[in-house]
Every structure is written in C-alpha cells, then in structure tokens.
Design a protein around this ligand. Structure first.
Ligand SMILES: [Zn+2]
Length: 221
C-alpha cells in the first residue's frame, strides 16, 4: 500500500510541479510569446514593411544617382562639363561658336583666351581618342566622352601634359595640356568644341555642338 501512497504523492507532486514549476515558467514563456506575438509582429511587420519601403527607394536612389552621370554623359546637355582652362569662370566665357570664318564657314567652337602655359583640364571623364598635330589646330587632343558618342576637342595646345597618351582614360579635371598658340592661332587660347559622332564613332568625323551652355556660359540678355 505504501507504494501507492508514494506513487500518488509523486503524481500529486508532479502535477503541483507542473502548475507551480512549469506553470510559472510557462506563463513567462507565454507572456513572452504573447509579448512577442503582440509586440514582435508590430515590430516585425512594420520592420520588414519599412525595410521593403526603404530598400527599393534607396536602391532607386542609388540607381538614379548612378543614372544621373550616365544621362549627362550620353547626352552632354547639362552644364556638368568642367571649364577646361584654369582660372576661367563661366561668366568669362564668350560664345564664339557661330562666328563666321571665311565666307561660308562658322567657327563651331569656343575660343578661351589664356596666357601661354595655363593648365588645360579634361571637361569630363573619357578616353583619349587621338593626339593629333594638325596645321590649323596645332597640338590637339580628341577625347571621347564615356559613351564614345561624343568627342571633346582641345586645340592650339602648347604641349601635352605628362602621361597623356592615346587610349588612356581621363577623369574630369585631369591636367591634359597647356594653353598655347600652335596651329593657326594668332594668340594663346584654347579652341574647344564638342563633336557628336556618327555610328562609326570616328573621332575625326562629327558634327559640332556648341559647348557654351554646357560649360555654364550664359547668353547676355
Ligand atoms: Zn577657335
């Protein structure tokens, strides 16, 4: 009979343990679970929701900022180009693009006067397409833009900057040469223009685009 007593008390103790021992932790676990189901979902749901909201927008933001220069590069229409002559501000630029040259020719470039030896900078990123010494242009640099649909043309240079070679990738603002009066220039100045290339992307064949506003120049009223 004693074993029954022991068994029953054991069962009782077990039940008691369940309610007291396990019972106590259970409510804690339950309350924690309840708390976690009550609190966590609001945290978890707005969390991921916010993340979902934040992620694409931040990706879009990254994408759009990555796109921004691409837009500038493919279509160099904003005034994002660096003025290629050191010490010259946009207000000092004069639009000499449509000046007559001879009877039926236009200048189709900007002349930016500066003392001989003034630094000439790359207006934007892009590869050096050609270093060319021509009779009218003197020492010249043809630089592709990043899309290679346009060419930046710098002429009458006194000399090239050190390390300038065909095929190297220039960054906007890189020193590429020095103002001079080579070719048919009477006085030291940089002759600068942009050519839009045809599908063959031949650096020597393109139609000129006025760089005046692209360099930040403002037409007088
Ligand atoms: Zn010129």
């Amino acid at each position: 009979m004693k074993w029954i007593y022991i068994f029953l008390s054991g069962v009782l103790l077990g039940v008691l343990m369940f309610f007291l021992g396990a019972g106590a932790p259970v409510p804690t676990v339950m309350s924690a679970m309840r708390a976690s189901t009550a609190v966590a979902p609001p945290i978890a749901i707005p969390g991921p929701a916010q993340v979902d909201m934040a992620e694409p927008s931040s990706i879009q933001r990254v994408a759009s900022t990555r796109f921004a220069p691409a837009v500038v590069i493919v279509k160099p229409v904003t005034n994002q180009l660096l003025i290629p002559v050191a010490g010259v501000s946009a207000s000092q630029l004069s639009d000499t693009f449509n000046q007559a040259r001879g009877i039926d020719r236009r200048h189709e470039a900007l002349d930016i006067p500066a003392p001989k030896g003034t630094h000439v900078f790359a207006v934007a990123d892009g590869k050096v397409a050609k270093l060319f010494d021509s009779k009218p242009g003197g020492l010249t640099i043809y630089q592709f833009d990043i899309s290679e649909k346009f060419v930046y043309y710098y002429a009458h240079l006194d000399r090239y900057a050190e390390g300038i070679e065909e095929g190297i990738l220039l960054k906007r603002g890189d020193l590429i040469g020095y103002v001079g009066a080579t070719g048919n220039a009477a006085t030291p100045h940089l002759h600068f223009t942009i050519f839009e290339l045809g599908p063959e992307k031949q650096w020597w064949k393109g139609s000129a685009i006025n760089p005046f506003t692209l360099l930040g120049g403002v037409q007088p009223p």
